[in-house]
Design a protein around this ligand. Structure first.
Ligand code: SF4
Ligand code: SF4
Length: 441
């Protein structure tokens, strides 16, 4: 691990990590986080564990390790950023915060991969991002990705073309043909939520979410309205910056955060609702990027499942959906936002829907933003494990609340030849409401 004299980059970037010695010192090296870390459990290398990575960060700060060294670059890059280590850490180590600062130092010392630079560059520039998304939707509509991305159990690791095709196909609207609707109407019962006015909320429409999963945004607006929330449209909002922050491009993430701060501060909704867990986690931490001015806004950010089914609330009841569903909590809801049980509670509110347990549901799916694309080998292995667990649950449908997870798990289910549909939980509630006639004016 030795790397000679410190080559921590000069100025602001150096201070981004070197100012964190206090936060780094919280790690007491107990190792409780090791079994929770998907990269450590698969690779068995201490340097690919949270404790090992924190040790490497400390070595860079103290000048014992060159940030351009292979050891620092490789092990920072291999981290999923899933933050499962935070959930089990008895010392409250803010690992996600530290990782982003470490990556900022890493990418300033050495260029990251071309694929990573290309993807983040595209997302940041609407003039390139929007045509790319338009072409992706056109391709998805052609059904070519659905054919190319289909595999079978026992087939080898897919090449980039098949993996990309499977991911794009997994973003297509579900057919839900496995569902059988009983047609029994369930009327609102006393004490349950109804459409009575609650207040104004705004929806973060996002980047990929708005382009490939617009149906989820539309379903979110309908479901919120059916539960009494007035959804105000906020002009000037954009990408939350999460992918850039996770990749160590904190100055670009800050720019995106500033734009959203200005847009949502002028609209002043009671809550800023997120239906993508990664974006929600990012917005809830805007104050870490922008300082105290953003803290009040960060506190108003809430995941849609939390708003509808958190803290003992029950969403309005729709028609029964007689189907078997398993739920995978996105890491950025479960670990980064420390919110648990709300997705399951939301699904449990749908009459006749049978919720099946998912083994190792707390583990990352390997999607982790763009990790599934930039690290197809390790991301693919983790994705296959998740897909196999979904199949073993015996459910017809997998529900999860993050576009990256929907594409990663959906892709690996397809690559295994599975017909299991992947949906956002809000799509099921929406279907239940539609069937109940709640949207009829
Ligand atoms: S659980 Fe926390 S304190 Fe213990 S080794 Fe892991 S990061 Fe350090
Ligand atoms: S964020 Fe996830 S992959 Fe990275 S060290 Fe923590 S548990 Fe391991």
């Amino acid at each position: 691990m030795s790397g000679g004299p410190s080559r921590l980059p000069e100025g602001a970037l150096a201070s981004a990590l070197s100012q964190q010695t206090e936060r780094l010192s919280h790690c007491v090296h107990c190792g409780f986080c090791l079994p929770a870390c998907p990269t450590y459990t698969r690779l068995g290398d201490e340097a690919d564990s949270p404790r090992g990575r924190l040790h490497l960060m400390g070595a860079v700060v103290e000048g014992r390790l060159d940030p351009a060294s292979e050891a620092f670059q490789l092990h920072m890059d291999r981290c999923l950023g899933c933050r499962a280590c935070e959930s089990v850490c008895p010392s409250g180590v803010e690992y996600g915060f530290l990782l982003e600062r470490a990556r900022e130092v890493a990418v300033s010392a050495r260029q990251p991969s071309l694929v990573q630079r290309l993807l983040l560059g595209l997302i940041q520039r609407p003039a390139l991002f929007l045509p790319w998304m338009w072409m992706s939707r056109l391709l998805r509509w052609s059904r070519i990705p659905a054919l190319l991305g289909r595999g079978e159990a026992g087939a080898g690791r897919p090449g980039p073309l098949r993996l990309g095709a499977a991911m794009l196909a997994a973003s297509a609207p579900p057919s839900l043909r496995v569902a059988s609707f009983t047609g029994t109407r369930v009327q609102d019962r006393e004490g349950e939520a109804s459409g009575e006015p609650r207040g104004e909320v705004a929806l973060l429409t996002g980047c990929v979410q708005d382009q490939l999963f617009r149906r989820v945004n539309q379903a979110s607006r309908r479901v919120l309205a059916a539960n009494g929330w007035t959804v105000v449209e906020v002009a000037g909002q954009g990408c939350c910056g999460a992918l850039h922050a996770h990749g160590g491009r904190l100055s670009q993430a800050r720019e995106m955060a500033r734009r959203n701060l200005a847009a949502f501060q002028s609209a002043k909704p009671r809550y800023i609702v997120n239906n993508a867990a990664g974006c929600g986690a990012m917005m809830r931490e805007y104050h870490e990027l922008l300082g105290e001015d953003a803290r009040e806004l960060s506190h108003r950010v809430v995941d849609i499942s939390s708003l509808l089914a958190g803290e003992g609330r029950r969403p309005r009841v729709g028609d029964p959906l007689a189907m078997t569903v398993t739920y995978d909590a996105p890491c950025h809801l479960l670990h980064a936002q420390a919110v648990s049980g709300v997705g399951e509670a939301l699904l449990a509110s749908i009459p006749e829907l049978e919720l099946r347990p998912l083994q190792r549901a707390e583990e990352c799916c390997g999607g982790a933003g763009i990790y599934g694309i930039t690290h197809p080998e390790l991301g693919g292995e983790i994705g296959m494990d998740k897909a196999r667990a979904v199949i073993a649950s015996g459910a017809d449908v997998l529900a999860t609340g993050n576009p990256g997870c929907m594409m990663q798990i959906g892709a690996h289910l397809r690559l295994l030849g599975s017909e299991i549909q992947v949906v956002h939980p809000i799509e099921l509630l929406d279907e239940s409401y539609r069937s109940a006639g709640l949207y009829e004016s």
